[in-house]
Each structure stands twice: as C-alpha cells, then as structure tokens.
Design a protein around this ligand. Structure first.
Ligand code: EPZ
Length: 411
C-alpha cells in the first residue's frame, strides 16, 4: 500500500509554514494530485523537488510566499492551503477548492475558524480571501460538524497565532494525526491529538523537517475488499488494523476472514460463495469512512439478501449506483440510503468513473463480473491510486490500461 493522498496533501500544505530549513517527505505516492499541489507550490515561490519514482518530495518554502493560489491548480484537487498561507503571510487568496463532486462541499467551517483567529474573509466569484490586519490571535472554535479539511486548515492557521487556540468537535481522522505529528516535528505545540478537542499553543516559527507519510487506508481497504470479492487470499502490507477497525468489523460480519498479521499487515481471504448482508452507515472517524462506501457496495452485491448503505457525510455520493446497475446490480437509492440486493452475479459493461472512489468500485465490480468491463474517465482513479493497474495485475487481475497517458503526466 502506498502513502496516503489524504495525509500527504495536508502534510505538504503544512510544509508551507516552515520559514527556516527544508522539509523532506518519504512514502509520497505517485499521484496526479501530488503533482498538482507541487505545481501550485511552485507558483507560490516554493522550491519543490518531487521524485515520484522514489516516493520522495523535498520543499524549501523559506522565501516569502506569493499570496494568491490560482484556479488552475486549486480546482483540480482539494487541499487546505488557505490556513498555512494566511498564517505565513497574513493574507491569502485562493480559488474555491476542487476535488470529487460528491456534494456541495462548502468551507464555511474553515472560514469561521479563520475569523475567530482575527482574519477578515472576503468571498467573491469563485475566490475566497482571508486577511489579517494584525497578528492572528488564538481563540476557541467550535465546529458544527467535525470537518476534516476544516480541522486541518484551522490547526495550520493557529500554529503561528499568538496564544492558545482550542478546537472543539475537531475531526479525529488518522490523516489529521499524521499532519499533527509532522507539525510537532516542525516545532508546533499541539495537544489532544486523536481526540475531538485540540489545543494549539502558538509558536514564533516553524522549521522544516523530515517525515514519512502514513499508508493509505482507503487503498488498503480497496485491496481488502477486492480480495474478499474475488474469493482471493491477499497479504496486504501497509494496512494497519488500527486505521481500519470499522471496515474490518463490517467485513467480518459478512463472513470474510481477516487475520491481523502484525501492526502493519493484514491477510484477507474468503472462500464463501455467499456472504452475509450487512448494514453500513458512514460517519466521521472512528465511524465507517465515507470514502469506502462505494467500494463496500460491490462486496454487498455478492451477499445473500439485502444490505443497506446509509451515507451521512456527503449528500451526493451514490453516483456509482447507476453505473453498477448497468452491470446487473440491483441498487435502489432514496435520499441518504441505498438498498443493495445481493445479486451475486454481475455482467461486464461500459461504465464511467464518476469520482475517485466510485472509479475504484467499478474496477472491483469489473473483476467479479462475467465478461469484459470498460471503464471511462479513469483520470479520477489516477488522482488517488498509485499504480492501480500494476498492483492489481500482480494479484492476478486481468486488467489493462487503455488510456495510456496518466492524468499524472497530463497535468
Ligand atoms: C476529506 O474531505 C477527504 N479529502 C475526503 O476524501 C473524505 O471523503 C472526507 O474528508 C471525509 O472523510 C481530503 O482529505 C483531501 P469534510 P473534506 O470537510 O475535508 C461538510 C477522497 O475520496 N462541510 O470532513 O472536504 C461537507 O460538505 C476524498 O479521497 C461543511 O458543511 O471533508 C461534507 O458534507 C473525497 N462545511 C462534510 O462536511 C465545511 O466548512 C464532510 O466534509 C466543511 C465541510
């Protein structure tokens, strides 16, 4: 399993806070989103040396940063750069962030946090600007919802603020802990890691550091579910159980064998022709991760009986359903709920990836379907899966990449 996109993006953004020293990152995945953020940083005046084949990235952000992040880069991915830019330079103007179209994805909680620290927010056509007339000052911020990006952005903004910031109802995802670990290595003072209340004591400066990005728990989940769906037996390295407890519990409920080999390795196998149906509800961590629900829905198609998936985090994350139904699935959605009939047999079809995780779900469906499945819009998959085709092939999948140019090379 490669390094985590959703940890790498905020950790690289945190690297913008270093006014002294360079940072070097290891286990950086080869993904188009990492290429995009590198190009964004270069446009701000940061020196970046991204070596995707070596999975390393070095950056030197010590020169003053430009304060405007262009639409060209920010619209292609979702990274929290407003917070660190504001903290560093006292003002920042950023195009509204992109990423997967899985809902309206407002950033009101991020902005509320910046305002509490003393910034003024100006929102205009497609842009948001944050300005601090004087030094940012620590404050108490309550999130209405534990937003992952909001928590990351406000932590970064408050690291250099005067005094103490308390974030109440903070998101607790492992990717946030990973970012906090890096910030602490840079000299930040943060307590409450992994809980819903974080305290950040502002420091004078942060210094570049070396850091190894955590493994991608969604990529691990994808191979775990692929192993179970194809009745395989796969040893997955870079898959810590502690980061995927909800998934392991739900897969075990269905009858899948999961052995925790060591703190970093799992072995997933399945011999059952008929898995048990299951009910899954997505929630903020430690609940079932929303990024895994489309992939999990493929496994529930192979169960005997009806499963339900309730999506509570994003309002538009069932776009894969129409595509799976083209392959013989019987999935009915109503509001936040999808009811999935265990059809136990799928047929190959021409389908389209509608977002990153939906794309992975279609690959898994294609692996279990009879006949050939052709998947379009695979640039979505290139945003988040390092060498998906190569790794699947090494497990015995019959899969070819038809679109030869990776989104990575096009960007
Ligand atoms: C991060 O998105 C991830 N992206 C997503 O992964 C992931 O699905 C999500 O967290 C939840 O785990 C990255 O880390 C780059 P949120 P983020 O702020 O930060 C609402 C993938 O597949 N909300 O926790 O955007 C929002 O609309 C991607 O890799 C507000 O209303 O997630 C959504 O309904 C997709 N106001 C919910 O909260 C705000 O100010 C969760 O969003 C912020 C969020």
């Amino acid at each position: 399993v490669s390094g985590a996109k959703n940890a790498a993006l905020p950790i690289l953004a945190a690297g913008l806070l270093a006014t002294e020293g360079t940072s070097k990152f290891y286990n950086v995945p080869k993904l188009s989103d990492i290429k995009t953020i590198s190009m964004l940083f270069e446009s701000l005046g940061v020196k970046v040396d991204y070596k995707p084949e070596e999975n390393t990235l070095e950056m030197d952000a010590t020169k003053p940063l430009l304060t405007e992040a262009s639409f060209e880069f920010v619209s292609k991915m979702r990274a929290s750069v407003l917070g660190p830019m504001l903290a560093r330079e006292g003002s920042a103007k950023v195009a509204m962030p992109g990423g997967c179209s899985i809902g309206s994805r407002p950033i009101d909680q991020h902005l509320k946090g910046f305002e509490a620290l003393g910034a003024t927010i100006i929102q205009d056509a497609g842009f948001v600007e944050a300005r601090a007339e004087k030094e940012l000052e620590g404050s108490t911020i309550f999130f209405d919802f534990p937003s992952v990006g909001g928590t990351q952005n406000v932590i970064m903004a408050s690291c250099l603020a005067k005094g103490k910031t308390t974030i109440v109802n903070a998101a607790q995802e492992p990717e946030i802990e990973d970012m906090i670990n890096f910030l602490i290595k840079m000299g930040a003072k943060i307590s409450g890691k992994g809980t819903s209340i974080l305290e950040i004591e502002g420091v004078e400066k942060l210094v570049g550091a070396e850091y190894t990005i955590m493994s991608d728990r969604v990529e691990a989940a994808t191979y775990m579910i692929a192993a179970a769906a194809t009745k395989g037996d796969v040893l997955i390295k870079g898959a810590p159980y502690k980061d995927n407890v909800a998934l392991v519990s739900k897969m075990r409920e269905m009858g899948v064998n999961i052995e925790i080999v060591d703190e970093d390795t799992m072995r997933v196998s399945n011999k059952l022709d008929m898995l048990k149906p299951v009910d899954v509800k997505t929630l903020p961590h430690p609940g079932f991760l929303t990024d895994m629900q489309s992939i999990m829905s493929v496994l529930t198609l192979l169960a005997k009986g009806t499963s339900t998936i309730t999506e509570t985090v994003f309002e538009n994350r069932f776009m894969h359903v129409k595509e799976l139904n083209k392959m013989g699935a019987i999935i009915a959605t109503s509001g936040k709920e999808a009811r999935i009939a265990g059809v136990r047999k799928l047929s190959g079809a021409e389908v389209n990836a509608t977002d990153l995780r939906a794309g992975a779900a279609l690959v898994l469906a294609g692996l279990v379907a009879e006949g050939t499945t052709t998947i379009g819009n695979i640039y979505h998959i290139d945003r988040g899966y390092n060498d998906f085709v190569g790794k699947m092939k090494s497990l015995g999948a019959n899969i070819e990449r038809i679109e030869e140019i990776m989104a990575y090379e096009m960007s």
